[in-house]
Design a protein around this ligand. Structure first.
Ligand code: ADP
Ligand code: MG
Length: 699
C-alpha cells in the first residue's frame, strides 16, 4: 500500500543507501528459508510485504489489574510476587501440570501450566513477575492457565499493547511478531513519505515512518488510532484517485461517438402512456448530454427496484439507433433478458426499430440468422445474456451498450462487450441501491446518475415478519389472496453456493406444499440450473396466470415483472441480506393490487429481529442499503471482489466512512486542480498510485 523508491537519500544521516524494500523477506534477521516459506503462504514475500502486513487486532497487556478485580473469562495483566515454589503433578507418561501460587496486595492466584515442563524451576519465591492470560474466577478462587509472562521489569510479552496478526498457517504469533519487529528495525526512519506535505498538515496526518511503527507496536491506543487513520487515509485516497484517473482517461479521449442533436428523446417520451418522473427526466438529460458530446459515456444508473430504469435505457437506445448505431443490452439472466426484449420491442417497434434476443439456448439455425443480420446491420438492438460475449457475435456498428444489474457481471465482462464496438457509450444499470459515498469508491470510474423517486401511485408493500408459530395463518392468508385471483412467490433461501442442494430444497418444499397445504392450488417450482426451456415455460405460465404459487430460489430476484403477483413469501428470511430481501420484495407491488411481503424467520437473536424490523419499517432501498451496511459491514455487503477492485488492506468502508468522505472531497479538489498529478506537491501521489495500480482495474 505504500511506496518507497530506492534512490540515494541526500538527507540520510550517514549517506547510507535507502532500504531495499523489495528484498526477499528471507534475509530479515530471524526469518530464514523455512520461516520465509510460511510467510509466503500469507502473501508476504518482501520486506515491504512484511511491514505492511497489519495486525488484525491488539491485546492490551499494558495496564495491570488487581487480582481481586479479575473477571471470569477475561484476559488481564497482573503484577505479582511468587509465594510458593512450583509444584508438579504428573498425569500420565508425558503429561504434567505445573502450579505456582502468586499474590498481590489484594489476593492470591494460582497459575497453572499444562505440559510445559521446561518452565520447571523458572520461578522463585519472593520474586516479582508479570502474567498475562485469561482469568478463571470460580467460588472466590482465582486461576490463570498457560499465561504469558515476564520477569520483573522486563516487558517482552507484557506491559504493552501486543499486535495480533491474521494467521492461518503454522506460524505462531510470536514468530511473525519477531519477524515484523526485525523488519521494522531495518526500515526505521527511512521510509519515503508518500503523502504530500500539504495534506499531512491540513488533515493532521501522521508521518509514514511513525505510522508504520505505531500500527504494529502502538505506545497506546491514541497512537494506534493516529497511525491507523493515516494509513486508511492513504489507502482510500490512492484508490479514489486511481479511479478518477481512469475516468479522466476516458473523458480526455475525445474520440467517443457524438450523437446528433437532431434526434430527440422527446419523440419517445411523448409517446409513452405515462409521464416520466422528474428523476427520470433529470437522468435522461444527463445521458443525452453525454451522448451528444464527443466524450465516451461511462455512466452508472442507480435506482431502486421499480423506479423505472428500463424505460430510461429504452429511450437512450432509441437515440443511439436513430443516429445510426447498434445497441447491445446485457442482462444477468435469461428471464430478465426476455423481459427486456418484450419491453424494448413494445416501445421501439413503434419507431421501426428491430430488436432481437440472443440467449445461450437459442437454436443454431436461429442463432446463425441473428448473427448474420447483426453483422449486416438489419438488427438494431441485440438483447441477451452472456451469450452476447461469444466471439462470433459481431456487430456492424455497435455504438451503445447497456449492462443491467451490473454487480453480477463484474467489470471484466462489461469490458468484453464494450470491445465489440468502437468506443461505444456505456450505461451500467444497477438495482442494488448503494449510498453515494460507497458508489463513488466502488464505481469511481463511472459518472453516477440516480433515480431517487418512484413513479406515482405505487402502493406501499405491506411487510410482515413472522415466526414458525404463525405458519398456519400465513398459509390461510396466501389461500385467501389466491382465491381472490392473485398469485404468490415463495422463495427458498440459498442454502449454500451449491445449486444442486438449493434445487433439492426447492423441490422438497414444493412437494410438501403441493401435496399438503396447497393441494387445491397450482404449485410449480423454478431454480437456476433447470433447463432453459423448462424455466421459460414455467415463467410464461406464471405470467399468464396458469400457476398460483411459484416456489423458487433467488433466480427471481432480478427484474421479473408479473403485475398480478401480490404476495412474496420468503422462507428463512434470516439467511438473506437486507439489500437482497428488498430486491425480492420488489417483485410484487407491480400492479394495481395491494401487495404483501411476508418474511418467515427463525432464531431469536437481537440481530435477526433488528433486521426484520428494518425491513418492516423501510421501503427506500437506499436507506435499507445503508442500514445493511451498518449492520454487516462493507465486506459482507456484497463482495468487493465482484467489482474487480482490490481488497483493502486496512480500510473498512463502513467504519471509515468519515475518512472516506474527507478523502473524496480531497480527491475532487485534486481532480479539479491537478487531474494528472503533475504538480510538484502531488508527485508523490502519482508515484504511489502508479505503483499500486500497475495492474489496475481493467474495464
Ligand atoms: P426498474 O427496472 O427500475 O426496477 P422498471 O423499469 O422495470 O423498473 O419499471 C417498473 C414498471 O414501472 C414498468 O412496468 C414500467 O413500465 C413502469 N414505469 C416506469 N416509469 C414509469 C413512470 N414514470 N410512471 C408510471 N410507470 C412507470
Ligand atoms: Mg429493471
Amino acid at each position: 500500500m505504500t511506496r518507497w523508491h530506492e534512490k540515494e537519500r541526500p538527507h540520510s544521516a550517514k549517506g547510507e543507501k535507502m532500504v531495499e524494500l523489495k528484498q526477499n523477506v528471507q534475509y530479515v534477521k530471524g526469518v530464514g528459508p523455512a520461516k520465509a516459506e510460511l510467510l509466503h503462504k500469507l502473501g508476504i514475500d518482501t520486506l515491504e510485504d512484511l511491514i505492511t502486513y497489519f495486525p488484525r487486532t491488539y491485546e492490551d497487556r499494558s495496564k495491570p489489574k488487581y487480582i481481586s478485580d479479575l473477571v471470569d473469562g477475561q484476559e488481564a495483566l497482573i503484577e505479582v510476587i511468587a509465594t510458593s515454589n512450583m509444584s508438579e503433578v504428573r498425569i500420565g507418561k508425558n503429561r504434567s501440570i505445573l502450579k505456582l501460587i502468586v499474590r498481590d496486595e489484594t489476593g492470591a492466584c494460582t497459575i497453572t501450566w499444562f505440559n510445559q515442563k521446561y518452565l520447571k524451576g523458572k520461578f522463585k519465591i519472593g520474586e516479582k513477575y508479570k502474567f498475562y492470560g485469561k482469568a478463571n474466577v470460580k467460588y472466590g478462587k482465582v486461576e490463570m492457565i498457560n499465561p504469558v509472562f515476564d520477569i520483573e521489569d522486563n516487558s517482552k510479552n507484557t506491559g504493552k499493547i501486543i499486535p495480533i496478526y491474521p494467521l492461518t498457517y503454522s506460524l505462531s504469533q510470536n514468530g511473525i511478531r519477531n519477524a515484523i519487529e526485525n523488519g521494522l528495525k531495518i526500515v526505521s526512519g527511512k521510509l519515503d513519505e508518500t503523502m504530500p506535505e500539504y495534506l499531512l498538515k491540513e488533515y493532521h496526518l501522521e508521518g509514514l515512518n511513525e505510522a508504520i511503527k505505531q500500527i504494529h507496536f502502538p505506545d497506546n491506543f491514541q497512537e494506534y488510532k493516529k497511525a491507523r487513520d493515516r494509513l486508511v487515509f492513504e489507502e482510500l485516497l490512492s484508490m479514489q484517485l486511481a479511479l478518477s484517473g481512469l475516468k479522466n482517461k476516458y473523458d480526455n479521449e475525445n474520440n467517443g461517438i457524438t450523437y446528433s442533436k437532431d434526434v430527440k428523446m422527446s419523440d419517445v417520451i411523448n409517446a409513452l402512456p405515462f409521464h416520466l418522473t422528474k428523476a427520470q427526466l433529470n437522468v435522461l438529460e444527463e445521458i443525452d448530454k453525454d451522448m451528444e458530446s464527443n466524450k465516451t459515456m461511462n455512466r452508472l444508473l442507480q435506482g431502486d427496484v421499480g423506479s423505472g430504469k428500463t424505460i430510461v435505457s429504452i429511450i437512450a437506445t432509441y437515440k443511439a439507433v436513430k443516429c445510426g448505431y447498434q445497441v447491445a443490452i446485457m442482462a444477468p439472466t435469461a428471464i430478465l433478458a426476455e423481459q427486456h426484449m418484450q419491453e424494448f420491442t413494445k416501445v421501439l417497434e413503434l419507431f421501426g426499430i428491430k430488436c432481437e434476443l440472443l440467449l445461450g439456448g437459442t437454436r443454431t439455425k436461429k442463432r446463425k440468422e441473428i448473427l448474420e443480420n447483426l453483422e449486416n446491420g438489419t438488427i438494431d438492438v441485440l438483447i441477451g445474456t452472456h451469450a452476447l460475449l461469444v466471439e462470433d457475435v459481431v456487430f456492424k456498428n455497435l455504438g451503445f451498450v447497456v449492462t443491467d444489474e451490473q454487480h453480477r457481471f463484474g467489470v471484466r465482462q462489461r469490458g468484453n462487450i464494450v470491445a465489440k464496438g468502437n468506443n461505444p457509450d456505456v450505461l451500467v444499470m444497477t438495482a442494488t441501491p448503494i449510498p453515494r459515498t460507497l458508489a463513488l469508491i466502488l464505481y469511481g470510474d463511472l459518472d453516477i446518475s440516480i433515480i431517487d423517486e418512484l413513479p406515482p401511485n405505487r402502493k406501499k408493500i405491506e411487510t410482515y415478519a413472522v415466526t414458525k408459530g404463525m405458519e398456519e395463518r400465513v398459509n390461510n392468508f396466501i389461500k385467501k389472496n389466491i382465491d381472490e385471483g392473485r398469485q404468490a412467490y415463495i422463495v427458498c433461501p440459498l442454502v449454500e453456493e451449491n445449486e444442486e442442494i438449493n434445487a433439492k430444497a426447492v423441490v422438497e418444499l414444493t412437494e410438501k406444499y403441493k401435496n399438503e397445504v396447497f393441494k387445491e392450488y397450482r404449485v410449480e417450482y423454478l431454480y437456476g440450473k433447470m433447463k432453459q426451456k423448462e424455466k421459460d415455460e414455467i415463467m410464461h405460465n406464471f405470467k399468464d396466470g396458469k400457476i398460483d404459487i411459484l416456489i423458487s430460489t433467488t433466480v427471481i430476484e432480478v427484474g421479473v415483472n408479473v403485475p398480478n403477483a401480490s404476495l412474496m413469501i420468503i422462507e428463512n428470511a434470516e439467511h438473506f441480506g437486507l439489500a437482497q430481501l428488498h430486491q425480492l420484495r420488489g417483485r410484487v407491488g407491480r400492479g394495481e393490487y395491494q401487495s404483501y411481503c411476508i418474511l418467515k424467520y427463525e432464531g431469536k437473536s437481537k440481530e435477526v429481529k433488528q433486521r426484520m424490523k428494518i425491513m418492516q419499517e423501510n421501503t427506500d432501498g437506499f436507506i435499507i442499503a445503508q442500514k445493511d451496511l451498518e449492520l454487516r459491514g462493507s465486506g459482507e455487503f456484497f463482495g468487493t471482489k465482484q467489482h474487480g477492485l482490490p481488497e483493502f488492506k486496512i480500510a473498512n468502508l463502513f467504519e471509515d466512512m468519515e475518512i472516506l468522505k474527507c478523502v473524496q472531497s480531497v480527491a475532487l479538489k485534486i481532480e479539479k486542480t491537478d487531474p494528472k498529478l503533475e504538480r510538484e506537491e502531488n508527485v508523490c501521489l502519482k508515484k504511489l498510485i502508479d505503483e499500486k495500480f500497475t495492474k489496475r482495474v481493467e474495464i
